[in-house]
Design a protein around this ligand. Structure first.
Ligand SMILES: Nc1ncnc2c1ncn2[C@@H]1O[C@H](COP(=O)(O)OP(=O)(O)OP(=O)(O)O)[C@@H](O)[C@H]1O
Ligand SMILES: [Mg+2]
Length: 234
């Protein structure tokens, strides 16, 4: 098999609750798994198991106490756990995308430009980026009358579709997704399943949290049970 695009090994993390007299909350210990190109792996386990936390560690939003998170970036391998912030930003620009659970709304920017922005950032001409954004929003059944409006007042499901379109529009070899379909109806969940399958065919490796069983079964090749990463008692 090809070299993994993501290799997590020996990752441990304990939250220190400063407002609770420094109480310790261990989340994961000895977390380890691989992810290959074209593969979709789900993080599983009950609420509070540490799925979102682990995803944030891979993206570099949460520091880890121990272990390595190696991401292949072309010919190089970057360890998210120890790399410099500037290298992490570059890694996110070229290699690692993140679809959060909720859209972080940018004031006064219309939906079409919110979605087109990652392509513009990659150097795609604005008109072309907008055309691709429109095509993606149309596939996700976002009514065209909303495209020029800022998503702040959109419904939960409309915002989630804008968020998914923004997260999927540019090519990133590694995609992290935290419950991308939680507020969607069945028809739009189906569209997201198709989009994820297209990404896999394009060789993208996906690590995600998919609460919806149907979506998970449709797109995921394996489930990693986060509770197996020994969450020791405090
Ligand atoms: N920044 C933080 N500071 C302190 N504790 C945190 C922080 N982030 C998460 N936790 C705690 O870590 C544990 C795991 O949280 P996490 O959000 O990773 O769970 P999850 O598996 O994603 O759950 P859900 O399925 O409900 O989304 C929880 O007990 C949570 O309270
Ligand atoms: Mg979560």
């Amino acid at each position: 098999m090809s070299e993994p695009i993501l290799e997590v090994s020996g990752v441990a993390k304990t939250f220190i609750l400063h407002l609770r007299e420094g109480a310790k909350l261990p989340v994961v210990e000895g977390a380890g798994f691989d992810l290959h190109a074209g593969e979709c792996v789900a993080l599983g386990g009950p609420s509070g198991a540490g799925k979102s936390s682990l995803l944030k560690m891979v993206y570099g939003n949460y520091r880890v106490d121990a272990g390595a998170i190696r991401v292949r970036d072309g010919e190089e391998t970057v360890d998210v756990a120890t790399t410099a912030p500037r290298r992490l930003i570059k890694l996110r620009d070229t290699t690692m995308g993140y679809v959060s659970q909720f859209l972080r709304v940018i004031p006064r920017v219309g939906a079409l430009d919110v979605v087109a922005e990652p392509l513009v950032h990659d150097g795609v001409p604005v008109a072309q980026a907008r055309a691709r954004a429109g095509a993606l929003l149309a596939r996700l059944n976002l009514p065209e009358r909303l495209w020029q409006l800022p998503p702040a007042t959109f419904s939960g499901g409309e915002q989630q579709r804008v968020n998914i379109a923004r997260g999927l529009i540019a090519h990133r070899p590694l995609l992290l997704m935290d419950e991308p379909t939680a507020s969607l109806d069945a028809a739009n969940r189906g569209v997201v399943v198709e989009l994820i399958e297209e990404k896999k065919r394009a060789g993208v490796g996906i690590l995600g949290i998919f609460h919806d069983t149907e979506v998970r079964e449709a797109v995921c090749d394996r489930v990693i049970d986060v509770t197996s990463f020994g969450r020791a008692a405090a």
